[in-house]
Design a protein around this ligand. Structure first.
Ligand code: FES
Ligand code: FE2
Length: 322
């Protein structure tokens, strides 16, 4: 995002983004108050947008400052503006009642912009409801089947995990610690470790849709040390799911690591392989969206033990937003 108007729909709301001259991100409703023409089709004039249809001008607070052909600007001529925070390389927007916006609620993603970690990032336009991706991320046993030969190995689906719900902090976590298991290409090509390895997945979900998989991989038997996870290599996979509409989602993701920080070939390998992983999910969930959309709402599913994390996340979302 920069000095070019960027149009993006988030939670069904059309929004235009740009940066003011001093670099601050601005987000306004992407509809002119006059005849609803998208402001993103207009022109940036200093820190204001000139509507591309009849030339109304709006400043970065959304207030109209100019109406062609008259001196007086109607008092009600204003487009809604959104509170945004730029933190850890990502821009976080508050949708809903702007008076309730609270920067303290922005999830911690500091690894994206921390000299002790190296990061690769991308995003995927996902033509399906975000809940499908939430279910997917909250049950990593699917890696064994959908991502076999890339990041999945047989042991993942075989190894039980523990789920923990923290209602006070609104977090769902689940952990799966595997010992002496196969090292998939995702980690073999990037850490140099070979089978057998110890592999941990400690996942944290934070509503409304932020997800981090804290991974530790290490040669089998590597001591963990007094802090509980020393030794080996650490990777964190982050997803910031951003619903576009009821049936489409922006998936902002990143892979960060604490090893080979300056090795571009490792960055490239992680980027390419995670793009492949994301694409495999995307292909599957695109099919699933069509199936779900074609069936009556509430069509019966069958949940089993592997769904504990996903069901807990759904329950937490219902509690927060009944
Ligand atoms: S629609 Fe924007 S000025 Fe007319
Ligand atoms: Fe997946």
């Amino acid at each position: 995002m920069g000095r070019k108007l960027l149009s993006r729909t988030i939670c069904g709301e059309p929004i235009v983004f740009y940066r003011s001259r001093d670099g601050r991100p601005v987000a306004l409703a992407d509809r002119c108050v006059h005849r609803r023409y998208p402001l993103s089709l207009g022109r940036l004039q200093d820190d204001s947008i000139e509507c591309g249809y009849h030339g109304f001008v709006f400043d970065c607070s959304g207030a109209c400052t100019f109406v062609p052909g008259q001196d007086r600007v109607p008092r009600t001529a204003r487009v809604p503006s959104y509170q945004v925070v730029e933190r850890d390389k990502w821009i976080w927007i508050w949708i809903g009642d702007q008076s309730e916006a609270d920067p303290a609620l922005v999830p911690d993603a500091h690894w994206l912009d921390d000299p002790e970690w190296a990061s690769v990032e991308d995003m995927a336009y996902s033509p399906f409801r975000y809940g499908l991706l939430m279910d997917n991320l909250m049950d990593l046993s699917h890696e064994t089947y959908l991502h076999a030969g890339l990041i999945g190995t047989p042991e993942i689906a075989r190894t039980p995990f523990t789920t923990h719900v923290d209602d006070a902090r609104n977090r769902v976590t689940f952990s799966r610690h595997m010992e002496a298991v196969a090292c998939p290409p995702f980690y073999e090509k990037t850490t140099g470790y070979t089978t057998p390895i110890d592999r941990w997945q400690d996942v944290a979900f934070q509503p409304p849709a932020f997800w981090v998989n804290n991974v530790r991989v290490a040669p089998q038997g590597t001591p963990v040390g007094p802090n509980g996870d020393e030794g080996g290599a650490h990777v964190k996979i982050l997803h910031g799911l951003t619903p576009e509409t009821e049936n489409s989602t922006w998936d902002f993701w990143a892979v960060v690591r604490d090893f080979a920080l300056d090795d571009d070939s490792v960055s490239q390998a992680l980027l390419t392989m995670n793009q492949e992983v994301v694409q495999q999910d995307l292909d599957a969930l695109t099919v699933l969206e069509q199936v779900v959309a074609s069936e009556p709402p509430g069509t019966q599913e069958l949940s089993v033990e592997i769904d504990a994390g996903g069901l807990a996340a759904r329950a937490m979302l219902r509690k927060i937003n009944p």
